[in-house]
Design a protein around this ligand. Structure first.
Ligand SMILES: NC(=O)c1ccc[n+]([C@@H]2O[C@H](COP(=O)([O-])OP(=O)(O)OC[C@H]3O[C@@H](n4cnc5c(N)ncnc54)[C@H](OP(=O)(O)O)[C@@H]3O)[C@@H](O)[C@H]2O)c1
Length: 219
């Protein structure tokens, strides 16, 4: 399966691109500028020489031609980025990983975007697509460091069963990550907002925290 990542020139999208390519997916890194995407692709392939990563570069329109598309832009650009390629995304599963946050002084604070969550605004922008929210709590640096597995649960929610199943299958392919079905897209609001808590913990404890739930036997 080919996976396109829109906004893949940032740490989250490029980290996800490397990780997904490392487990055998064909990945297209997308950007508003094809040249920036090419630079990122070249950097990933060079950094992880020996991993035989299948990564192509394209502008966001080209990356949206993939079978499955991830939106990895800042929160306030996610819906517009999806809407701009609505034709290519029609009928496909689209994963939104954006968190609506603001840094106010030393505090990370969650914001309430239109429709309550970024994922819900992406779904409204591309009504013919099936949007799932996922990967909100996975730290980008660890995601992109292929020397180590990422120990993390990944909360997934969607109003479309096929989108949840596709995201679950995707996460299951990544060693040490555990997909958890967190219900309907309305739960994207608290999932996204919790990222502010994680970032605050990172600052307080000088780390990069991820999420692991106890008491769930989800194998
Ligand atoms: N960083 C993390 O650890 C982490 C973890 C999980 C989830 N997330 C979420 O993942 C998303 C991406 O995070 P990031 O840290 O990689 O963000 P970022 O570096 O700020 O942005 C990612 C890319 O989005 C594109 N972009 C920026 N402004 C845009 C605009 N106005 N319109 C369209 N595209 C725009 C840029 O690519 P081009 O200029 O090349 O188009 C940029 O490189 C965020 O929503 C974040 O909340 C981050």
């Amino acid at each position: 399966m080919q996976i396109g990542i829109l906004g893949a020139t940032g740490p989250a999208g490029s980290g996800l691109a490397a990780r997904l390519a490392s487990v055998g997916f064909d990945v297209v890194v997308g950007s508003r500028s094809k040249y920036r995407a090419m630079e990122v692709r070249d950097g990933l392939v060079e950094r992880w020489d020996g991993f035989d990563l299948s990564i192509e570069a394209a502008d966001n329109v080209g990356a949206a031609d993939a079978d499955l598309v991830v939106i990895a832009t800042p929160w306030d650009a996610a819906a517009a980025t999806a809407e701009a390629v609505a034709e290519q995304l029609a009928g496909k599963v689209v994963i939104s990983m954006a968190n609506a946050l603001a840094k106010v002084g030393h505090e990370f604070q969650p914001l309430v975007p239109p429709r309550g969550s970024v994922a819900a605004s992406v779904q409204a922008a591309v009504p013919r697509s099936k949007v799932a929210a996922a990967f909100h709590h996975v730290p980008a640096k660890e995601l992109g460091d292929l020397r180590e597995p990422v120990e993390s649960d990944v909360l997934i929610c969607s109003d479309h069963a096929v989108a949840t199943e596709t995201a679950v299958d995707l996460v299951r392919r990544i060693p040490n990550m555990r997909p958890l079905d967190a219900g309907e897209l309305s739960n994207a609001a608290p999932i996204e907002a919790f990222a502010a808590v994680l970032l605050q913990l990172n600052v307080r404890y000088r780390t990069r925290a991820a999420v692991k739930f106890t008491g769930i036997d989800a194998d």
